[in-house]
Design a protein around this ligand. Structure first.
Ligand SMILES: *Cc1c(COP(=O)(O)O)cnc(C)c1O
Length: 397
């Protein structure tokens, strides 16, 4: 039996009849970037997440970069984050000229430890960026408390946690600002790159909106006014008339980015958003099945905290014989994934920062022991049975 770690083709087959007409509509509309589809998607996802503002962008990495810039974080500032995450988390911090400072994770949930974060706070610390790894929200009460004590911003990297919640509140509304990715393999993925920033802060929303489109036009002016405490308005003569040629676009108020969502992606995401809770529910059912079937095998199962809804972006187990297990499953036709083989403090790209093996022992340890099993919503019972039988066969050998 061949079971990949994730199968996006089944999802497409299941949605084909719904997706193809909306794709055709977008192509016929002539409106390809931002526009009505994107606006409708932003409104729908803001409502779903229970946040006031949702600003779509080109990808999850840009969402993080733009959120950091909107908070005024840059050269010389420090941002505390997890070393046990996808590279983009810390890359975004470095990309704005700030310094990622790594605090070790909890060995059971793989999420950043608030107490380790506290030890890393200095005069230069401006923010903390918790990552809801594999779909499990971090200890947000403790993190927000820490932020309050030291006057720090909280930026959620919620790229793996769309639909997850903490004490009844959705990930994406648990800090000052949050970032999501719609990379195809995420729990809500588009047919290409896409990302989202969410916040309840109007000022941050306006600034993010301006930054994603070259700081231009009316939104650029509004962001400029907010940042400079002025009430300037564009010359009215500039704003009049010709709908085809929008001169406002060529008045720039901030140095921004070109990072917008395509209408095609928004249209696809609008269809898929309606299935997200169902898909996450299936992931949870699959995870429960593994938990039950594998509990006596000696493999270390995922730990989910109380008051948390985890959405199992990945179902990650740990074993002293991780590499042998992954090879064994591969021989049986089962796809697995190693998240993450190199903790970020030991990445070559960050070698100038002076970390060495052993500095963040839990992350070092996990990087050698964790492996993800397929948990995608379309897995059948036959496939789940086969996977658990193979894991048991290896563990009992
Ligand atoms: C996927 C991911 C990102 C980056 O998103 P992209 O859309 O690929 O740029 C950032 N952080 C985490 C934790 C992710 O899983």
């Amino acid at each position: 039996m061949n079971i990949p770690l994730l199968d996006l083709k089944i999802q497409y087959q299941n949605l084909k009849a719904e997706l193809e007409p909306v794709i055709g509509e977008v192509l016929a509309s002539g409106e390809y970037i931002l526009g009505k589809q994107v606006l409708a998607f932003e409104q729908e996802i803001a409502a779903y997440l229970g946040v006031k503002y949702a600003i779509s962008v080109g990808n999850g990495t840009d969402a993080l970069v733009i959120a950091l810039k909107a908070l005024g974080i840059g050269e010389g500032d420090e941002v505390i984050t997890s070393p046990f995450t996808f590279f983009a988390t810390a890359e975004s911090i470095a990309a704005v000229g700030a310094i990622p400072v790594f605090a070790d994770v909890d060995e059971h949930t793989f999420n950043i430890q608030p107490e380790e974060s506290r030890k890393k706070i200095t005069k230069r610390t401006k923010a903390i960026m918790p990552v809801h790894i594999f779909g499990q929200p971090c200890k947000m009460d403790e993190i927000n408390q820490l932020a309050k004590e030291y006057g720090l911003h909280v930026i959620e990297d919620a790229c793996q946690a769309i639909g997850a919640s903490y004490k009844g509140k959705m990930a994406g509304g648990l800090g000052d600002i949050a970032c999501f990715s719609f990379f195809p393999t995420k729990n809500l993925g588009c047919a290409g790159d896409g990302g989202l920033i969410t916040t309840n802060d109007e000022k941050l929303a306006v600034i993010c909106n301006a930054i994603r489109q070259h700081g231009s036009g009316k939104i650029g002016q509004a962001a400029y006014n907010l940042l400079n405490n002025t009430e300037e308005t564009l010359d009215e003569t500039v704003d009049s008339g010709n709908a085809l040629y929008n001169p406002l676009k060529y008045y720039n108020f901030l140095i921004g980015h070109n990072s917008r969502l395509d209408a095609l992606q928004a249209a696809i995401l609008r269809v898929k958003l309606r299935y997200l809770d169902h898909w996450n529910g299936k992931r949870i059912i699959n995870a429960r099945y593994y938990n039950e079937s594998l509990k006596d095998t000696g493999i270390k199962l995922p730990v989910v905290e109380d008051h948390v809804k985890m959405v199992y972006h990945q179902y990650v187990v740990a074993s002293e014989k991780r590499d042998e297990l992954a090879a064994f499953l591969s021989n049986k036709g089962i796809g697995t994934g190693i998240y993450y083989p190199v903790p970020l403090h030991l990445q070559k790209a960050f070698k100038g920062m002076g970390y060495k093996e052993g500095d963040l022992p839990v992350s070092d340890y996990l990087s050698k022991r964790t492996v993800a099993l397929p948990v995608y919503p379309e897995l059948t019972q036959v496939q789940l049975d086969y996977i658990t039988a193979c894991v048991k066969e290896f563990m009992n050998a």
